[in-house]
Design a protein around this ligand. Structure first.
Ligand code: ACO
Length: 326
């Protein structure tokens, strides 16, 4: 049988900053309530990075934990891809800052900007290096400080987001090309730039020179999310050669419990197979999938050999899904 190279996940790690902001804390600054937020989103709290804690610090902590889980050290890392939309600086990339802070040798390091879909995009991009033998040990990180982009007078957005980072280590592993192989089995990525107005930040380096604030037409985003994500999930499952029914764990981007439930229902996935962290983490954009994966691995639910289905949608609009056997 023909041998194929797969990108195998050998370690995962997550990191959340210490400060917890509850819904009641937010009700002190905008006209909202714990009851409204829980009912409409499922969110109960979010973590917020300290003022002197740039996103690279969150990424480094998650990366350290993923490397320890993989039994690797920073010296082994030859590729770092960070999915983020909230970099420390306009440049250099967060990935190169992480490389310096971890003490990794000269290698390849860059960021991927696909907002909430950043992790799915970063993982699929890393596969192009690892499965082609161009990286022996890659760090794929989703890291965000979304609270820095909030307009704290806009109750329609500021209650939804939080900060955090998640990382995984990818290494090449030989398979026989079947769905029994460990590693990334398939993916589907999508973008539709005509939907920019639904979700964007109203500032940037080459427009007004400001950082800007996140702006969203929440109900419109919601409407697109369930349909778009379901299509990408089916395409990724087809690419992997599996049925959605074969999936052990569904690890969606954690935007809103109602979106998670809507997608799972549409795909016929039982809620017992869904990893949900939205109540404790809120929406951490590109960090949410690896954070949820890390939680499921740490609490013993997700085990080696399990088939994972991950999906996300975010600003752009961008969306996508991937299938991994752990
Ligand atoms: N507290 C109290 N009332 C609020 C709040 C709040 N935090 N936010 C909005 N409202 C009010 C609105 O002002 C509006 O009042 P009005 O009728 O007097 O004008 C009312 O609630 C209904 O507003 P809608 O926006 O229609 O409420 P909806 O049920 O759609 O819920 C929400 C809003 C939670 C944002 C929802 O649309 C949503 O979750 N959308 C998905 C967006 C999302 O998750 N984006 C994340 C990024 S993209 C991604 O990750 C998929």
């Amino acid at each position: 049988m023909t041998k194929v190279m797969r990108s195998v996940v050998t370690g995962v790690g997550g990191y959340l900053p210490d400060e917890v902001v509850t819904n009641n804390d937010l009700a002190q600054i905008v006209d909202t309530s714990d009851e409204w937020i829980v009912e409409r989103t499922g969110i109960r709290q979010r973590h917020r990075a300290g003022p002197d804690q740039p996103v690279s610090d969150l990424a480094v902590e998650a990366a350290r934990r993923a490397l320890a889980a993989a039994g690797r050290t920073p010296e082994d890392v030859d590729l770092i891809i960070v999915g983020t939309t909230t970099p420390d600086l306009t440049f250099p990339a967060v990935a190169t800052i992480v490389q310096r802070k971890l003490g990794c040798p000269v290698g390849v390091a860059f960021d991927v900007q696909a907002v909430c879909s950043g992790f799915v995009y970063a993982l699929s991009t890393a596969d192009g290096f690892v499965a082609r033998g161009r990286s022996k040990c890659a760090l794929v990180i989703g890291a965000e400080t979304m609270t820095r982009l909030m307009d704290w007078t806009d109750r329609g957005t500021c209650v939804l987001f939080g900060d955090g980072a998640g990382a995984l280590v990818l290494e090449p592993g030989e398979g026989d090309g079947s769905t029994a192989d460990r590693g990334l089995l398939g993916f589907a990525l999508r973008a539709d730039g005509t939907k920019q107005d639904l979700l964007y930040v109203d500032g940037g380096v080459s427009s007004n020179g400001q950082i800007g604030h996140l702006r969203m037409q929440g109900n419109q985003v919601f409407r697109h999310a369930v349909v778009n994500i379901s299509e990408a999930v089916m395409a990724a499952a087809g690419d992997a050669g599996i049925e959605v029914a074969d999936v052990d764990w569904f690890i969606p981007h954690q935007a809103n419990q109602r979106i998670l439930d809507g997608v799972a229902r549409r795909l016929g996935i039982d809620e017992s197979k869904v990893i949900s962290t939205v109540a404790e983490h809120a929406n951490t954009s590109a960090a949410s999938i690896p954070l949820a994966l890390a939680k499921g691995v740490e609490d013993g639910r997700i085990k080696p050999g399990d088939v994972l289905l991950m999906e996300a949608m975010g600003g752009g609009l961008t969306w996508g899904a991937c299938v991994v056997r752990l």
